[in-house]
Design a protein around this ligand. Structure first.
Ligand SMILES: Cc1cc2nc3c(=O)[nH]c(=O)nc-3n(C[C@H](O)[C@H](O)[C@H](O)COP(=O)(O)OP(=O)(O)OC[C@H]3O[C@@H](n4cnc5c(N)ncnc54)[C@H](O)[C@@H]3O)c2cc1C
Length: 405
């Protein structure tokens, strides 16, 4: 039995790792390993191209880290979070700071606290068909929607925000509300997630090729016959085969992360800051989360979302200049910057539109053709490392059940 895995992101690598215990596996990946969770290495250290952390609820990821003997590197930290308001950055990490924040009235803060507690208990699936605007306006009122949620939705989904499902927001609030007294508890793999990618790919045969799937009797990848294929790349990469198989098309969003190395910190101690009125959505100061000595320089991501059609509108230098001119308002000086890099991902996640549950891509696409990835059930209603690893496992187990047991 010979299986091809298309894509070496977390879904593909985990599917390949599991399958390779049962049969011959070839993983096709034209780019570097890790996909969206891939890293950039300076020679001194490696850091994710896009900011990454995990949550206490990521059971499968945490158990896999144990299996791969990486759990000793797991660190949990209380990350301080903040928000821009009227040109100033405010920490919203402690109850006192939240009470002092001038951007919301006391009444709205109480409403927000009650909503956050309630969201944790709501069965979000029930709201799959409800629009986020409708749900929020009903549950938190117009003012809190306009002043707090709307800018965050626009930053995350751009003009697509009107079509987003309330289920996505409820699940997101529930995951992100693991608050401690001084902020939000988040996990990280000290030294970087490239270690996870390396462990997953340790014994795999990687073909540095873009895969083209065809069916001529058997399934073929780039002309070579395989008994089964696990496809983990974005659905548009299937081309006309996707349509032929009746796979429901999914709208994707794109991500841009500007990674900046600095001589000194941008904020005193904030990890994550939201900016409702800037061309980017957030700054994520990695070295206010992980120790500076791991890197020897201060590292910060500036993150924005867009649609695939707009991803290449600005060259890296133009984007850096545009975002830098905004960051200067909050005190970032160009002479403080050592180097910068722009990372772009065209298909960085699905837009979780109303009724998305019906668009979820099944694990079995056809006899001998399987799928695991960003639009799998395990990545609903929000994509994550945990979801993609789990999707890879579930697709691999289906191949084993269908052909090897
Ligand atoms: C900005 C950002 C921040 C994130 N932060 C977090 C976080 O903090 N915590 C968290 O849990 N998750 C986070 N995620 C989500 C997480 O990175 C993803 O859910 C996960 O890495 C997706 O893995 P995947 O294998 O399903 O897909 P991908 O990583 O997209 O992998 C698909 C692979 O297929 C390859 N490919 C494409 N076309 C072809 C082809 N024709 N032939 C062969 N290969 C092909 C691609 O190059 C890619 O390597 C974040 C994502 C982004 C974009």
């Amino acid at each position: 039995m010979k299986v091809a895995v298309v894509g070496a992101g977390l879904s593909g690598l985990n599917a390949g790792r599991i399958l390779s215990e049962y049969c011959k596996v070839a993983v096709f990946e034209p780019h570097s390993l890790g996909g969206l969770a891939g890293s950039f290495c300076t020679g001194e250290y490696c850091i994710e191209k896009f900011y990454h952390h995990f949550f206490r609820s990521d059971d499968y990821l945490l158990s896999l880290l144990k299996t791969l003997k990486l759990s000793g590197k797991t660190v949990w930290k209380t990350a301080r979070i903040g928000q821009e308001f009227n040109g100033n950055l405010y920490s919203l990490s402690t109850p006192v700071e939240i009470l002092k924040f001038p951007g919301l009235s006391i009444l709205d803060k109480i409403r927000l606290a009650i909503f956050t507690l309630k969201a944790k208990k709501i069965e979000y699936e029930k709201y799959d068909e409800t629009g986020v605007i409708e749900g929020l306006k009903r549950d938190v009122g117009e003012r809190l929607y306009d002043n707090f949620f709307l800018p965050l939705l626009k930053a995350k989904f751009g003009e697509n925000y009107r079509e987003v499902s309330y289920a996505w927001l409820l699940a997101r609030v529930s995951i992100r509300s693991n608050r401690k007294l001084f902020g939000e508890e988040l996990g990280y793999l000290r030294g970087g997630f490239h270690q996870l990618v390396e462990r997953l790919s340790e014994n795999l045969e990687i073909r540095k090729e873009k895969a083209r799937i065809e069916k001529s009797g058997k399934w073929t990848v780039n002309g070579e016959k395989f008994d089964s294929i696990v496809f983990t790349a974005p659905i548009p990469e299937l081309g006309s085969l996707g349509e032929k198989l009746g796979i429901k098309p999914v709208r994707y969003q794109s991500s841009i992360c500007l990674l900046i190395s600095m001589d000194s910190p941008f904020t005193e101690n904030l990890y994550w800051v939201n900016y409702p009125n800037e061309p980017f959505g957030a700054t994520i100061e990695h070295t206010n989360f992980m120790p500076l000595e791991d890197y020897g320089e201060h590292l910060m991501y500036v993150a924005g979302y867009t649609i695939p059609e707009n991803l290449s509108k600005l060259q890296d230098e133009q984007l850096f200049r545009l975002w830098l001119s905004s960051l200067k308002k909050y005190g970032l000086e160009e002479r403080n910057i050592r180097w910068w890099r722009v990372f772009k991902a065209k298909y960085s996640g699905a837009v979780y539109v109303k009724g998305f549950r019906k668009l979820i891509t099944p694990y079995r696409l056809a006899d001998g053709l399987y799928y695991a990835g960003l639009t799998s059930k395990d990545n609903y209603p929000e994509r994550s490392m945990n979801g993609s690893l789990l999707a890879g496992k579930n697709a691999a187990e289906l191949v084993i059940k269908d052909h090897l047991s």
